[in-house]
Design a protein around this ligand. Structure first.
Ligand SMILES: [Ca+2]
Ligand SMILES: [Ca+2]
Ligand SMILES: [Ca+2]
Length: 352
C-alpha cells in the first residue's frame, strides 16, 4: 500500500494506513519465551591430545510461540574450531504435551557445523518436518546461533530446553584391537535442562511421613514407631519418638481384715497409654506387727500389679498391723511415697 498522501483521497488513505499500522501484530496473545542456562568449565579427558570439544559456557534460547521460531545461542569457553568438521550442535526443547517435561529430544533442532556454513539443515524431531534455518558464528568464534522456525512449532507449549554438542576427531582411530576398521571418537558436552523464564515447575513436595510411622528408629532407642516406641504415645501421626520424662507416681492403698488375715488392695497411678508400652514394675507391700501378739511380725512382698496372689497376708496372730506400700518407680514414673494403714486382727479363732 502506498501511504504517501495522494491528493484526491488524502484523508481516507491516511486513515487506512493508520489502521494497518495499528492492527494487532501477529504475535498478539502469544508468548515469547526466553531462558538461559550456564554450564561450568569441563575437564574433558582426551587421550589423544588437547580436546577440540567445544565446551559450553552458556545457552540462551528464545521461542516465539506465535511464529514457531526458535533462536538458540550457544556460547563456548573457547573459540569454535571451524576448521575441523564434525561439530554438531543440537538444542532440545521440551513440551509437557509430548511425554513429560523437557525430555531431551522432545523437539530437537540441530545443525552440522561445516567450516564455512552459514546455513544448515535443521531437524525438528517428534514434530513433523524439517527445514532450513540459519547458523551464525560470532566474530570472536565463541558464539554459535541457530535460528529455525516451523509451522509445527506454532503454539507449541515448549517450556524448557537443553543442549548438547557433539564433535569427533577428524582422524579416526582403530575401531577394534585388530584395527580392521576405523571409527571416529565422539565426545560431547551438555547443558542440563533449563526452563524458560516463568515456566519453572513448582518444586515437588514429598508428603511428610510422621516420625511415628516412618519405619525408622528416630531417637535411636531401639524402638520403632507408634506401636513400639513409647515416645509416640500410641499415636501414628506423632512426629517424635522422644521418650517422655518420668512423672510422679502415687500408690492408692486399702487394707482390711478378713478372718485371721489382711486383704490388701492397691493401685499405682498414673496409668500411661498405651499401657503395654508404659508397663509398671513391682510394688513393695509390707505388713509389720505393731502391738499385741502381732509384734515381731514383718513381711514384705514385691507384688506385680493385678496379680491376685500375694495380696493376702493370712494366718496372722491377734494384734495391730501397719500395712504400707511403695512403688520404687520405673522408667516412666518416679518413686512414690509410702502410704500406710493400720489394721487390727482380733477375730475369734485367730492365734493370740
Ligand atoms: Ca520412627
Ligand atoms: Ca525410637
Ligand atoms: Ca523413643
Amino acid at each position: 500500500m502506498d501511504c504517501t498522501p495522494a491528493r484526491p483521497a488524502r484523508l481516507i488513505v491516511l486513515l487506512a494506513c493508520l489502521a494497518v499500522l495499528g492492527a494487532a501484530p501477529a504475535t498478539a496473545g502469544a508468548d515469547v519465551r526466553v531462558g538461559q542456562a550456564s554450564d561450568p568449565v569441563d575437564q574433558i579427558p582426551d587421550v589423544n591430545g588437547p580436546s577440540k570439544t567445544p565446551d559450553f559456557e552458556q545457552v540462551r534460547v528464545r521461542f516465539d510461540q506465535a511464529t514457531g521460531a526458535v533462536t538458540a545461542t550457544a556460547r563456548f569457553y573457547q573459540p569454535i574450531d571451524t576448521t575441523s568438521p564434525g561439530h554438531r550442535l543440537q538444542v532440545g526443547l521440551g513440551s509437557p504435551t509430548i511425554g513429560g517435561l523437557c525430555n531431551p529430544g522432545d523437539v530437537l533442532m540441530g545443525a552440522d557445523v561445516a567450516p564455512t556454513a552459514t546455513q544448515s539443515t535443521f531437524a525438528v524431531a517428534r514434530f513433523t518436518g524439517s527445514g532450513t534455518g540459519t547458523l551464525a558464528i560470532s566474530p570472536d568464534k565463541r558464539e554459535m546461533t541457530l535460528a529455525f522456525s516451523s509451522p509445527t512449532l506454532v503454539k507449541a507449549d515448549l517450556r524448557c530446553f537443553n543442549a548438547y554438542t557433539i564433535t569427533y576427531d577428524d582422524i579416526g582411530h582403530c575401531g577394534n584391537p585388530e584395527c580392521t576398521f576405523f571409527s571416529h571418537t565422539f565426545v560431547h558436552d551438555t547443558v542440563e535442562t533449563a526452563y524458560f523464564d516463568g515456566y519453572t515447575p513448582a518444586p515437588v513436595v514429598l508428603p511428610q511421613i510422621p516420625a511415628c510411622r516412618d519405619g525408622i528408629d528416630n531417637d535411636h532407642d531401639g524402638k520403632i514407631d507408634f506401636d513400639q516406641d513409647p515416645g509416640c504415645h500410641g499415636d501414628a501421626t506423632a512426629n517424635s519418638e522422644a521418650d517422655p520424662a518420668a512423672v510422679a507416681s502415687k500408690v492408692a492403698l486399702s487394707a482390711r481384715r478378713s478372718g485371721c488375715g489382711i486383704d490388701v488392695k492397691l493401685a499405682v497411678q498414673p496409668v500411661l497409654k498405651p499401657a503395654d508400652l508404659f508397663t509398671f514394675g513391682r510394688v513393695a507391700v509390707s505388713v509389720r506387727g505393731v502391738s499385741g501378739a502381732a509384734r515381731g511380725y514383718a513381711k514384705t512382698r514385691r507384688v506385680t500389679l493385678g496379680d491376685p496372689e500375694g495380696y493376702r497376708f493370712g494366718a496372722l496372730r491377734k494384734g495391730r498391723y501397719r500395712v504400707s506400700a511403695s512403688y520404687a518407680g520405673d522408667k516412666w514414673r518416679k518413686a512414690s511415697a509410702a502410704p500406710s494403714r493400720l489394721v487390727t486382727v482380733r477375730a475369734r479363732g485367730c492365734r493370740g
